[in-house]
Design a protein around this ligand. Sequence first.
Ligand code: SF4
Length: 491
Amino acid sequence: MCGIVGIISHKPVAGEIYDSLVHLQHRGQDAAGIMTYNKRMHKQKGLGYVRDIFNEDNMSLLTGNIGIGHTRYPTHGGFSHGEIQPFWTEIPYGVGLAHNGNLVNYQELAMEIQEKEKRYLNTQSDTEVLLHLFTNSLGKQRPPASPDEFFEHICEAAQAVFKRASGSFSVVAMIVGKGLVAFRDPHGIRPLVKGVRQNRDGTTDYIFSSETTMFYALNYEKARDVQPGEVIFVSDTGKAYSRILKDAEFTPCIFEYVYFSRPDTIMNDVSVYRARLRMGQNLALQWQKQHPGVLPDIVIPSPATANTAALSLAHELGVRYSEGLYKNPFIARTFIMPGQRERQKSVRYKLVPQELEIRGKKVMIVDDSIVRGNTSREIVKMVRDFGAREVYFVSACPPVRFPCFYGVDMPTKSELIAANKTLEEIRQFMNVDILLYQEIDGLVEAVTRKGQHHIDRPCLACLDGWYVTGDVDQEKMETIETQRINDRNGR
Ligand code: SF4
């Protein structure tokens, strides 16, 4: 999972890219990088939080009015400094590129590039493969006579990516002396949004980003989402071009709404906050149907992603909403921390139960999802330790039974609790009196009920096992999972 941003402006962009990465920090906390251009490429990258990587000294070197940035949590490749984006190549023109997503056919493409095309790949990152596919096509074309002609070349290059790459990819790229490019895979699995800022002198600045979270702070207005299969080019002279190159079923990731995106984001023309409120409403209806007459004394979210769904669930049930678990805001989210030991250690470290809210009560805990089950079990134990009389556990997301191969760092199938246990076994494992999962239809309804969106159906592959790219069979699953385990183990 990653956050990407690209800006082409009439003033230096480094500060705005830094601010954007701070507003995309929730999408990746492993590493970050910024690349700008001003007579030459300038880049700074590092491991850790954005605030820890960049400082006045290294930011002052990032000059130029065009740039791209990236926050990273690895779903492909290792955890080393060399895998940090943006990536760049000097042929042709000089191209820097940042990517959010995951290529399902990375292994095949990497082999083809190295063995048939006799090119060297310096990392195990699928971003390097994407960069190669894009620039390889761009480099084969004759020098363009005008920006209009260059846009045709960009379309050819993006088309070359669409033809060969399978999976999810939202991309921002800057091309030296030419401008800024953004494109999104034909299924629009990962988000990408375009913003504009009108300057007083009549000029326009452009931003492309995973989310709208920085638009208000930087004075950009949302223009629209980059469409699935669309490529957009903003030339150095400020002219904007766009074209939809490939039309396919629009299946954006539903987990963006469940967990990843910030609640103030409008994604694919659906408010993440409102979608979460509707998730809570639908959960309340389901609870009343399946457990008529059973009511908790309080509803407590597992903070903070579940707060919104818990709020509307409590409201619909007519039960008091309580912040009975205090979250230390300075600890990273557990789901995206690599390594089981760190994760288990961090639950108690970051959450503190409030005894006055819990003791002697029937407590309903609401979480956004249950992935491995260990965090949920720890939370239940903490609430029981602080004197809860009964504990009900409600998940805003249906059982996660399949790994994600489209850019979310889900565990392997063997680590997913719902892939390996029945609901009753999970209830016992978590030691709760009642366990309720949202139904798939309820979740889809919550995301798609409102908004002027064009979603055909959200991607639900981690819930129902239907992978929209059509190339994930058992053998492919095993190959990618082995690769993922090797990446984790540094092999
Ligand atoms: Fe999102 Fe799940 Fe699809 Fe991955 S498999 S893109 S997490 S909905």
